[in-house]
Design a protein around this ligand. Structure first.
Ligand SMILES: NC(=O)c1ccc[n+]([C@@H]2O[C@H](COP(=O)([O-])OP(=O)(O)OC[C@H]3O[C@@H](n4cnc5c(N)ncnc54)[C@H](O)[C@@H]3O)[C@@H](O)[C@H]2O)c1
Length: 408
């Protein structure tokens, strides 16, 4: 509902003319769908052809598909066969996407493809097939194109499935800053198909596991237990094994993420538990480019904040040991040469600017809960980094973990 309030104040100015002003107030309902859709490229599955449009829409349905280069190489034939079998009038725009190409140039390339295709804004949602970078780029292009064009996400990486594909944010990097230009523009529909993970390499699977671990650490102790027991096997099997644990882990991760996002989609509340792992990591990730992947930087942040939490008595030594063991078991880094006081101090300062002048730093509370603090000191960051450096080098040498090598 939109309201218009008209104010008229007499006598403010010496002329005696009434001062007139208006306040427009409105609320825009937002609704979007996220759902598991196994075998999304099976021609018998109507989900992709109909995604993002209410009812049937015009026939034959027209679609612009923006597909990441590797995804096109691996799945392009099946995608084209799908389009033909479902009677789609479609074009495919192939775009190479990785962190260093997450720029406005990529957004313009999508906008040009939309122009060439002649998108009918209301009935022809753009379909994005790829990882987090491709979806963030297409989301931003669609949000800008004619001030808002609907789109559909089909994530093909693990980060895409559990994180980048389910929220409302779009964005690209700008200057040295991660996701500095962006909007809130959720896809009308996201189709989650874990089959795409069959071709994803180990490193990118581990990378996605970091975001699942984030949810486990701040709100889902049971999920942590599943990662502890089955995490490395799930990665080893590319999430394709027959065990119900695959569904449980992916389902809990997506549910946990959406539970946190839904009440705060526009992030007006600055204390967000899902920011866990994202306080120091944006600077680390951008400084290390292309060396660290997103989830790897997130894991470094989680390792540092776990040690800070332990020193404050929020996490027990044995809980810290379990957490670091899970990180190692998932082949995620817990230390990097950029984890030094200078860089970490700058990273924290940038986050404070981003969070309106306060740290609002989520720290783990045991396993499965979190608290916010505003008073982390440079000394605490340095201490945590130094302990992790020692742990890292001892683990490299001995193959053993924290505690086992005598650190309690
Ligand atoms: N919008 C959000 O809310 C949100 C949330 C989390 C992360 N992100 C963003 O997501 C990005 C990270 O996403 P990502 O980890 O998916 O990285 P990515 O998009 O760079 O994809 C990684 C690589 O995987 C390849 N690939 C994609 N699908 C494949 C498949 N099925 N098989 C084989 N290879 C495949 C691609 O070629 C790509 O080079 C970051 O930029 C991060 O900021 C956004």
């Amino acid at each position: 509902m939109t309201t218009l309030a008209h104010h008229s104040t007499h006598g403010l100015f010496t002329s005696g003319e009434p001062v007139r002003s208006w306040t427009v107030s409105t609320a825009k309902p937002v609704r979007y769908e996220v759902g598991f859709t196994p075998d999304v490229l099976d021609p018998r599955n109507p989900a992709l052809a109909g995604a993002g449009v209410p009812g049937d829409g015009p026939a034959p349905p027209r679609r612009l598909l923006v597909v990441e280069t590797t995804v096109d190489e691996l799945y392009g034939d099946r995608l084209r066969a799908y389009g033909a079998a479902r009677g789609l009038d479609f074009q495919i725009h192939v775009l190479t996407a990785h962190e260093q190409l997450k720029t406005m140039d990529a957004v313009f390339s999508v906008a040009q493809a939309m122009d060439r295709f002649g998108i009918a804004r209301r009935s022809e949602p753009v379909v994005a097939l790829g990882g987090g970078v491709l979806m963030d780029v297409v989301g931003l292009a669609c949000s800008l194109y004619r001030r808002s064009t609907p789109y559909v996400r089909v994530p093909t990486t693990l980060i895409g499935l559990v994180d980048a594909g389910v929220g409302a944010k779009t964005g690209v990097n700008f200057g040295p800053h991660k996701n500095r230009l962006g909007t809130y523009h959720p896809a009308a529909q996201t189709l989650l198909d874990p089959r795409f993970l069959a071709t994803l390499d180990r490193r990118h699977l581990s990378n996605g596991m970091a975001e699942i671990l984030k949810i486990a650490l701040i709100k889902d102790r049971e999920l942590f237990g599943l990662l502890e027991t089955h995490g490395s096997r799930l990665v080893g099997e590319n999430f394709q094994g027959p065990s119900p644990v695959v569904r449980q882990v992916l389902g809990r991760a997506v549910h946990g993420m959406l539970e946190e996002l839904q009440g705060n989609l526009w992030e007006s509340e600055l204390e967000r538990v899902v920011d866990y792992g994202h306080s120091l990591s944006p600077t680390l990730e951008m400084r290390a480019l292309p060396e660290l992947l997103h989830g790897e930087a997130v894991c470094l942040d989680m390792a540092l904040t776990t040690l800070i939490a332990e020193r404050r008595g929020l996490v027990l030594p044995r809980e810290r040991r379990r957490i670091l063991d899970v990180m190692r078991g998932l082949a995620l880094p817990i230390w990097h040469r950029l984890c030094e006081p200078g860089v970490l101090g700058e990273a924290l300062a940038d986050t404070v600017r981003h969070r309106d002048g306060s740290q609002r730093l989520p720290l783990p509370l045991g396993i499965g809960d979190a608290v916010f603090v505003d008073d982390v000191t440079p000394g605490e960051l340095a201490f945590a980094a130094e302990r992790l450096r020692t742990y890292h080098s001892e683990a490299e040498e001995t193959g053993r973990g924290f505690g086992e090598a005598g650190h309690e």
